[in-house]
Write a protein that binds this ligand. Structure first.
Ligand SMILES: [Zn+2]
Length: 147
């Protein structure tokens, strides 16, 4: 059974699809303690058995923000300001952890948010952990690296 959820930023420039292997009620909700997520009080979901699609309808409105070790980038909408996901890319592969509040069915994520602090982690360990735990993601309409 696959649970299909959709979402978007507020203005619809960045669309989001998430196919979960279990109901949202059973997914682990993450409360990332990185300095960016704390400022957004973000709750996130990632599941390596899930799959996601991020669809950018207007690449000029895609805002990407990097900080710290720059192992990943924050995906934001330049037009409406919504934080959509944290993205890590390697070659033609991509993984995300998704901001639950950008999903239409955000209320179904009833799991208690687990604080996660990875700030002491080295860069290589961080990339490997994300590949193991984040959601494999297809990027559609994405600008080229550096674009
Ligand atoms: Zn938007």
């Amino acid at each position: 059974m696959t649970y299909r959820l959709s979402g978007a930023c507020h203005c619809g420039t960045i669309g989001l699809e998430l196919a979960l292997p279990r109901p949202p009620e059973e997914e682990v909700v993450g409360a990332c303690q990185c300095s960016f997520c704390r400022k957004h009080n973000a709750r996130t979901v990632s599941d390596p058995r899930a799959s996601a699609r991020l669809v950018v309808h207007d690449p000029a409105e895609l805002q990407r923000y990097r900080f710290g070790l720059s192992a990943s980038e924050v995906v934001l909408c330049r037009r409406c300001g919504v934080y959509v996901a944290m993205l890590m890319r390697e070659g033609d592969k991509a993984w995300t952890t998704i901001n639950i509040d950008a999903l239409d069915e955000r209320a179904r994520f009833t799991g208690l948010a687990e604080p996660r602090d990875f700030s002491g982690e080295a860069l290589e360990g961080r990339r490997e952990r994300r590949k193991a735990r984040w959601t494999p993601t297809e990027l559609v309409g994405w600008p080229e690296e550096g674009g």
